[in-house]
Design a protein around this ligand. Sequence first.
Ligand code: ATP
Length: 222
Amino acid sequence: MKREFAVIGLGRFGGSICKELSMEGMQVLAIDIDEDRVNEYKNIASHAVIADTTDEVSLKEIGIKNFDHVIVAIGDNIQASILTAVILTDLEIKKITVKAQNDYHEKILTKIGVDQVVHPERDMGRRIAHNIISNNILDYLELSDEHSIVEVKASKRMIGKSLVDLDIRANYGCNVVAIKHGKDINVSPSAEDALKENDVLIVIGADIDISRFEKHLVIDDN
Ligand code: ATP
């Protein structure tokens, strides 16, 4: 059976989730308090309705309880976002994802007990900052407050050397969990094979260790 999604708040973030889910063939109900925004999504989502989601009665009338996953993408109006999240948790929706606007908002949402809090501006800012530090840092994914995964292109310093030569674990405390080359991905990379140009290493570790690894091995001098 197809999962059914409801997206509340059709700004840039909520709108983009709504479009992607619809393009993937999912059933999506688009909800916003603003009539113009709802009209924009009438032909994109499966259904689009005007509602103030801080009103429990309106949410019940929409039949929000029938949805498998509700995404709350109300950003600027933090009060409306929190109230909506409280009502959804009270209604025991199977899965609730909420976009947080700042760290305090995130803390409150976590305390309320929503399943997933996302912070797209902060995460994207971090990714771009790492890519600005070095073009070799392709992606950066936070796993916890202290651990991350980074995707790095083999730097000039790495090319021609094997994982044994570089000894990333002993020297920097991080682990290379996979190596990508083009479309191929090797999840148990050989310790002896020399790294080639355009190899991409997937590295996991504590942020402090990843930072040392980036400074010493990833950032090219030029
Ligand atoms: P983004 O940063 O994603 O571009 P935005 O700045 O366009 O968002 P926000 O103010 O963050 O807009 O709100 C997102 C949407 O949430 C808006 O379209 C707004 O009308 C809607 N919204 C705000 N309050 C409510 C509410 N109580 N019920 C339903 N929708 C709401």
